[in-house]
Design a protein around this ligand. Structure first.
Ligand code: HEC
Length: 108
């Protein structure tokens, strides 16, 4: 019984760390609506071929792309400016949001 109780405490103690590490799609949506929607569309289905579709893209890929703009590995005058002010958590949140959307023009 005592063991079970300490195991439960351990799991509870770890919960905040887990939720911090993962992307939060709701927070991502809020940020996306304010900043990204103008070009990528409200759900990541960009209205124009000029802007890549983010909806339904793999979450890992979105994180990788945003981090690459941030650290200068990938260069684009527009997206470097968009990605640089983002925190690690915002990158994860945005990736989680766009990955959870249905990509209208991506065959899956
Ligand atoms: C002013 C228009 C504009 C805004 C606003 C904008 N983007 Fe972009 N985004 C672009 C363009 C243009 C590209 C293609 C750049 C390139 O060729 O690397 C792009 C590319 C990307 C890519 C890479 C996609 C791929 O398939 O490799 C990601 C991820 C991305 N944007 C996320 C975001 C997020 C998240 C935001 C909001 C914080 C945002 N963008 C805001 C114009 C914009």
């Amino acid at each position: 019984m005592r063991v079970l109780k300490s195991a439960t405490m351990l799991v509870l103690a770890c919960l905040p760390a887990v939720s911090l590490a993962a992307g939060d799609p709701a927070a991502g949506q809020q940020k996306a609506t304010q900043v990204c929607a103008a070009c990528h569309g409200p759900d990541g289905n960009s209205p124009s071929n000029q802007f890549p579709i983010l909806a339904g893209q793999y979450e890992d890929y979105l994180v990788y792309a945003l981090q690459s703009y941030r650290n200068g590995q990938r260069k684009n005058p527009v997206m470097t400016g968009m990605a640089q002010p983002l925190t690690d958590q915002e990158v994860k949140d945005l990736a989680a949001f766009f990955a959870s959307q249905k990509g209208l023009r991506i065959a899956r």
